[in-house]
Design a binder for this molecule. Structure first.
Ligand SMILES: Cc1cc2nc3c(=O)[nH]c(=O)nc-3n(C[C@H](O)[C@H](O)[C@H](O)COP(=O)(O)O)c2cc1C
Length: 176
């Protein structure tokens, strides 16, 4: 299969953008922009994301026991770019918050899932990381729209007027 075609096809699936953040035992902070975030299980509460094995911080991610998944808002493109650069200080200019269980968190994220490492799996040229959610941190005061990633570009959601709810039967499926 043509690799470029495959990548382009994957890009047809719109996602949000998260920055996963952690503190290593040495105290050093790591963080990475990811679109591969998804939900896994409600009970226990599990999420996943995948990291390319060539990422500089891959070994560091394998070693941390806690991390935070920060869901970016549509005004955080710069934060996404900052944490996608392999070199340079990813944390420059950011106030670092600390979660209930000690994970470093970004300010102004739409929602933050604070997780402990639950499992790691082989995912070809990526590693699959499954986290058990220990705490949720939400911005209670404003409704903020998420940053969307589609066909290799940042996007914004259209207004709420265009949003339709799935048919009620869908609620019966798997408890969603
Ligand atoms: C929108 C967006 C989504 C990304 N999603 C992922 C992803 O899911 N997994 C991944 O390994 N890299 C992803 N990347 C690339 C990493 O953020 C980037 O390679 C990062 O610099 C790796 O950090 P490191 O090399 O310092 O460890 C994404 C980048 C962008 C801009």
């Amino acid at each position: 299969m043509d690799a470029r075609k495959f990548r382009n096809a994957l890009g047809k699936f719109p996602t949000g953008v998260v920055v996963v953040t952690a503190r290593m035992p040495s105290g050093e902070l790591i963080g990475m922009t990811m679109s591969s975030f998804n939900s896994v299980s409600l009970d226990p509460p599990l999420i996943l994301f995948s990291i390319h094995r060539n990422a500089h911080s891959f070994a560091a991610w394998q070693s941390v026991s806690r991390y935070a998944v920060n869901v970016l808002n549509e005004d955080q493109e710069q934060v996404s770019n900052q944490f996608a650069r392999p070199n340079g200080n990813k944390w420059e200019g950011l106030t670092i918050l600390t979660g209930k269980y000690g994970a470093p968190m970004l300010p102004n994220a739409g929602v933050v899932f604070e997780c402990e490492n639950y499992a790691q799996y082989d995912g070809g040229d990526h590693g699959i990381f499954v986290g058990r959610v220990e705490a949720l941190h939400e911005h209670a005061f404003t409704y903020q729209r998420p940053l969307v990633f589609f066909e290799g570009r940042y996007r914004q959601l259209a207004g709420a007027a265009t949003a339709h709810t799935p048919p009620p039967e869908a609620e019966l499926l798997h408890g969603w």
